[in-house]
Write a protein that binds this ligand. Structure first.
Ligand SMILES: Cc1cc2nc3c(=O)[nH]c(=O)nc-3n(C[C@H](O)[C@H](O)[C@H](O)COP(=O)(O)O)c2cc1C
Length: 300
């Protein structure tokens, strides 16, 4: 696979994982050092962490849809201290650059996270998961261009490391949010996060998921994601990391043709833990035959 530079970080190829869709520590326990020798991704994105530990949502947490699933995991995590003490040392041993995903319920919480995580040399970049309500305003940070800009402006001075803003597709105008993130100092944007969805218990007609609603992912959302990636890539000059239902090299090539500099694999990892490698190989093959843009020469 052709190496590329993403926000000044050298990657051996353009295939990342979507945050929260590949547990590298569990995979290491299951597959041993073979995982490290043939690591499926060219950079690893951690599951989103928050300042305080979270239990996540009550079960059930998953529902299978046609060509996808709805998850209502609710961001269970050990919190910043637990992550730094027990996860980071293990993730730092992965053979690829590490991107840590953070989410805060206020700009100050986000700032604490970015500052603390950004201090660690093992961390190459930070991804801001802004698909959550700001407790001060009640607005979903990433759904509103002005809220996104305020958050990125506040965080910019907290770290010199590249900041990737992960956009939610549940926004009226994702292109405007991306442009606001860029103007405020973001180094890249990634999209899409999950689309809001719901499933009902067939027996009771009540919401199936413990969290009532959840996020739809997988091939079911691919066409929507592709359109949003194309729209955002046309609006911003910073690199775009595209995701949403990618399950093959052909899908990945489509996202790159739509303007993504790199792609991320999410739901497909649950079906095939080696999907990242397979998709990278298929993409490399296609780049030779299909004349897709060579990502190594892209201005990222
Ligand atoms: C089970 C599950 C957990 C996820 N956890 C996170 C998370 O912690 N942080 C985040 O930013 N996105 C999270 N996502 C969203 C994915 O990273 C990705 O943006 C989304 O699923 C779309 O890609 P896909 O259709 O290939 O799965 C999660 C998705 C799934 C399915």
């Amino acid at each position: 696979m052709t190496p590329l530079e993403l926000c000044g970080i050298s990657l051996r190829g353009p295939v990342l994982n979507g945050s929260g869709t590949f547990d590298a520590r569990a995979a290491h326990r299951a597959f041993g050092d073979a995982l490290l020798e043939r690591f499926p991704f060219d950079a690893f994105v951690s599951k989103t962490i928050t300042l305080e530990p979270r239990q996540g949502n009550p079960p059930p947490r998953l529902w299978e849809t046609p060509a996808g699933m709805i998850n209502s995991i609710g961001l269970p995590n050990k919190g910043l201290e637990g992550f730094l003490a027990s996860d980071l040392p293990e993730l730092a041993r992965l053979p690829v650059p590490l991107i840590v995903s953070v989410m805060g319920f206020s700009r100050e919480e986000l700032a604490q996270l970015v500052c603390a995580v950004g201090e660690h040399d093992e961390v190459s970049m930070l991804e801001l998961n802004v698909s959550c309500p700001n407790v001060e305003t009640g607005l979903i940070m990433g759904a509103d261009p002005a809220e996104t800009a305020l958050a990125v402006e506040r965080l910019r001075s907290e770290t010199a490391k590249p900041l990737v803003v992960k956009l939610t597709p549940n926004a009226t105008d994702p292109g405007a949010v991306a442009a606001a993130a860029e103007a405020a100092g973001a180094d890249a944007v990634s999209l899409v996060n999950t689309l809001k969805g719901m499933a009902l218990n067939p027996q009771t007609g009540e919401p199936w998921l413990g969290g009532r609603t959840g996020g739809v992912s997988g091939p079911a959302i691919r066409a929507i994601a592709l359109e949003q990636v194309a729209t955002v890539a046309a609006r911003v000059g910073i690199p775009v990391i595209g995701m949403g239902g990618i399950a093959s090299g052909r899908d990945a090539a489509d996202f790159i043709a739509a303007g993504a500099s790199a792609v991320a694999i999410g739901t497909e990892n649950f079906r095939d833990p080696a999907a990242g490698r397979r998709i990278a190989a298929e993409l490399a093959e296609l780049s030779l035959t299909r004349g897709t843009r060579d990502t190594s020469s892209m201005p990222v």
